[in-house]
Design a protein. Sequence first.
Length: 170
Amino acid sequence: MVTTHLLRNPGLSWIDLRPNRALNWRQVQVCMLCVGLPALTIGLGFTLVGGWMVLPFSGLELVAFCFALWFVSLMCERREVIRFDHDDVIVERGIYRPSYIQRFQRAWSRFEIEDSDSEWHMPRIWLCQSGRREELGTFLNWEDRQRLVAELRRVVVVHNAIDGMSCRYE
């Protein structure tokens, strides 16, 4: 999901990148409950008729399933914010708060799109400055990457028109 915020203050804006997610945390918990109750009921039923070895495996299966759902839900909370201010382009990454921050000088930075030769690989979007390269939107799907490219073009054009700085798109 790509969201662009252009502020009324000239030269300040940001692009918010998040992965698409089908379920929120409450829905994930309901899914865990809907799968977990029948699995535990079957395990307890087998235990009551003498098949006690089914219950530990049923519990192990439930723990693995809940862990996988939790991990996928956590990865869907990732966020990447590309901030444009008067002097810098700032990339912030994290899950609940920024854990990685990288600054690029606007006057010397540029965006590059590396197209793929195959249908199986998506284009890669890079923010570059004097030998440093930072890939943007690694978790985005095809449509969201195309939208990110369009939003980057729009934001860079707006910023260049406002103050004449040279953050370029290539």
